[in-house]
Design a protein around this ligand. Structure first.
Ligand code: NAD
Ligand code: ADE
Length: 437
């Protein structure tokens, strides 16, 4: 049994400095940590967490430890791990399994190691850990399962019986879990942290809006002003990216399949078009759909020389890498963050971060202040599961409203912002039906 599996334990002091910085920015989570230190609400809990291993995740994991939990941590993407943070966490007693640049086999082995202590709670970002656990329980075969079995041996099938609940961080994970629930196969309750207002109104648009552009800039140093930026998907994430790109002086075109989202983009002043048309003039393409093969061969064929492609969605399937490779006569690694595909007619197309989440692979993910909200929700939801484990139903659940509001309230407090309260008369008025014009 490996105690940990990281790039290099000697990076720990560098990682500690990054954690110190993030702790200074994540004031709500630090308040929760103070309470957890006293009350130990997570005593005897074993948490298997599959999250991007960043300094913000480090602050969350340390908070869970202070609450009395034992945490095994693996990454939710092969390229998003901040190796110095992983080293610092190992030094603090977390079993961390993961480093930047995992192969697919290593990625699933890390999930196996994270499960090895027999979790009582799972925390996931994208549902790879939970789906693997369910495949083991239902004896569904696949190479991913084989890799995990290689680590767990015969222990796999029994692990799920010990899990009392879980949390899910992102839209794609929630979509996958709802599909599992719909088939009647979900084996324990999971709270959709993604669907809380204090998550998806801030983390998805504001966090990704800034960090996705940060990733593109770090990878290319390209000027946004005056560029034609094409944002594919105008949901929570895409709308934030479109706003930020416009703020930098880009002309932004939105591509959608949902008429309401498309109309919203029109009313917000964006140009709305089909991808087939936008492919002809776009300088930078950013996907945020949670869908597959959104930018594909027929679009690459129309693109201008020098087009840049980036993905902000959870999986690396939004830009068809297979078709890009098929159409290219040459592939050159320009840098660790950018690959050039030279088409047979000489045009150059640049793919950032191997088509994986550009904000986490080419930059450092969302700023700590915004992760403060998402990860405070995570910590409070885990506490809620422990307190209510006997009562919870086996379904994908909403974050309790009081937790959602409490996190927003605490955030305002840390920002020294006071808001108004309803008067007794106003409260009454809002419950009346007789009073009219
Ligand atoms: P969402 O459901 O709010 O938005 C997705 C939008 O894409 C929808 O409006 C949908 O109509 C549109 N869409 C779907 N298929 C399309 C297609 N073929 N062409 C054009 N538009 C299409 O989801 P979201 O919360 O915005 O999340 C999007 C993705 O981003 C998910 O994979 C999510 O997990 C991920 N995410 C990433 C980060 C990050 O840090 N990079 C943060 C949050 C969410
Ligand atoms: N998802 C997006 N940004 C993140 C961050 N900074 N840490 C963990 N998960 C993230």
């Amino acid at each position: 049994m490996r105690e940990f599996w990281i790039k290099d334990p000697s990076y720990a002091s560098e990682g500690r400095k990054k954690l110190d910085w993030a702790e200074g920015q994540m004031k709500v989570l630090m308040k929760i940590r103070e309470r957890f230190q006293k009350d130990k609400p997570l005593k005897n809990q074993r948490i298997s967490a599959c999250l991007h291993i960043t300094k913000e995740t480090g602050v969350l994991v340390k908070t869970l430890l202070e609450g009395g939990a034992q945490v095994n941590l693996c990454p939710s993407n092969p390229l998003s791990t901040q190796d110095e943070v992983a080293a610092a966490l190992v030094k603090e007693g977390v079993k961390v399994y993961g480093f930047r640049g995992l192969t697919s086999k290593e990625y699933y082995e890390c999930i196996g190691y994270a499960l090895l202590h027999g979790p009582t709670i799972t925390m996931d970002d994208g549902a790879d850990l939970v789906s693997t656990l369910h495949k083991l329980a239902y004896d569904i075969r696949g190479v991913d399962v084989d890799y995990v079995k290689g680590v767990l041996g015969g222990a796999g099938e029994d692990i799920i019986k010990g899990v009392v609940g879980g949390t899910e961080e992102t839209t794609t994970g929630v979509v996958r879990l709802r599909a599992l629930e719909k088939k009647g196969m979900l084996r324990y309750p999971i709270i959709a942290v993604n669907d809380a207002k204090s998550k998806n109104l801030f983390d998805n648009p504001v966090g990704t809006g800034q960090s996705a552009l940060d990733g593109i800039m770090r990878a290319t140093n390209v000027l946004f002003a005056g560029k034609d930026v094409v944002v594919v998907g105008f949901g929570q994430v895409g709308s934030g990216i479109a706003e930020r790109a416009r703020g930098l002086g880009a002309r932004v075109t939105v591509v959608e399949v949902d008429p309401i989202k498309a109309l919203k983009a029109v009313m917000y002043g964006f140009n709305v078009s089909t991808l087939s048309r936008a492919a002809e003039y776009g300088d930078i393409f950013i996907t945020a759909t949670g869908n597959i093969n959104v930018i594909r061969g027929e679009h690459f064929e129309k693109m201008k020389d020098g087009a840049i492609l980036a993905n902000a969605g959870h999986m690396d399937v939004e830009i068809s890498k297979r078709e890009l490779e098929m159409l290219a006569k040459e592939k050159v690694e320009v840098s660790k963050l950018m690959t050039l595909f030279r088409m047979t007619d000489g045009r150059r197309i640049y793919l950032l971060g191997d088509g994986r989440l550009v904000n986490l692979v080419c930059a450092e993910g969302h700023p700590s202040e915004v992760m403060d909200l998402s990860f405070s929700l995570q910590a409070l939801c885990v506490e809620f599961i422990v307190k209510n484990k006997e009562k919870l139903e086996r379904r994908v659940m909403e974050v309790p409203e009081e937790i959602d509001k409490e996190v927003a309230r605490l955030k305002l407090d840390t920002m020294n912002i006071t808001i108004d309260e309803l008067t007794e008369e106003q409260k009454r008025y809002l419950t009346e039906w007789q009073v009219g014009t």
